[in-house]
Design a protein around this ligand. Structure first.
Ligand code: GLP
Length: 245
């Protein structure tokens, strides 16, 4: 695991965007695994800026996102499809037909998850997977559990995750209680993983996940076993790791 320390969120975003750019330049027809949340927004903004300057071309890129709320249609402003469209897809020359997320409107969980696993397989797997980190160590929506989930599955969101995501909704009642998420096996099968994390509120989980024991109770800890993980973290997120790094 390579840990890159940055001064702040902006610096983190630029460095992460540089890594994604390198992937697109080296392999224009790559498959990017993408994430939502506040952490990658600056990274997407930077990619959009470089696209605007003519330095990046998304025309051959395929994307598969980590997760989607169960029950939210694409038009809902809180859906992850809407988020991706706002922050990246509609701002660059990516082909919409090559952008994939689990179908939140498919009420049959098994069908939704099976279909998404088939899509990931059909695009040939993920070259570079971008991740954020939840306060309880979740990646995608893989919540702390007794075992690592393999493929795409439907999860009941933990109380902590519901609370953390309430800031995006009018009230806590409106936060969906379930989501479809890529499983740990799919995430671990990505050739490269890039995790972005910033802020002092993530300092404890950064230490626990990347320097503590590997356990499904801290889903991100499994990344310690991946052979090509880069964590781009700001000083605040690494503030509890002094003496280890
Ligand atoms: C959300 C998303 C995750 C994200 C995490 C952290 O619940 N499903 O993919 O990484 O929470 O979000 P943030 O970056 O806003 O802290």
């Amino acid at each position: 695991m390579k840990i890159i320390k940055t001064t702040n969120y902006r610096d983190m975003s630029r460095k992460a965007a540089n890594i994604i750019s390198a992937q697109i330049i080296l392999k224009p027809a790559c498959v990017l695994g993408l994430a939502t949340g506040s952490s990658p927004i600056g990274t997407y903004d930077q990619l959009v800026e470089w696209y605007g300057k003519g330095d990046l071309d998304f025309s051959e890129v395929t994307t598969v996102n980590l997760d989607e709320y169960r029950g939210l249609p694409r038009e809902n402003s809180q859906s992850y499809y809407y988020f991706m469209n706002e922050h990246l897809f509609q701002r660059v020359n990516i082909e919409k037909s090559k952008t994939f997320l689990p179908d939140g409107t498919e009420q049959d969980s098994e069908a939704a998850c099976r279909k998404y696993d088939e899509i990931i397989k059909s695009v040939g797997g993920v070259d570079l997977q971008l991740l954020g980190l939840g306060h309880n160590g979740h990646i995608g929506f893989n919540e702390p559990a007794d075992a690592f989930a393999k493929g795409t599955h439907c999860v009941d969101l933990s109380e902590r995750t519901i609370q953390a995501n309430t800031r995006f909704f009018a009230s806590e009642d409106e936060v969906p209680r379930q989501a479809y998420t890529m499983g740990i096996q799919t995430i671990m099968a990505a050739h490269k993983i890039l995790l972005v994390v910033s802020g002092e509120d993530k300092a404890d989980i950064v230490r626990t996940a990347f320097f503590g024991p590997v356990t499904p109770q801290v889903p991100a800890s499994i990344l310690q076993f991946h052979q090509d993980v880069t964590v781009v973290a700001d000083e605040a997120a690494l503030s509890k790791c002094s003496g280890i790094l």
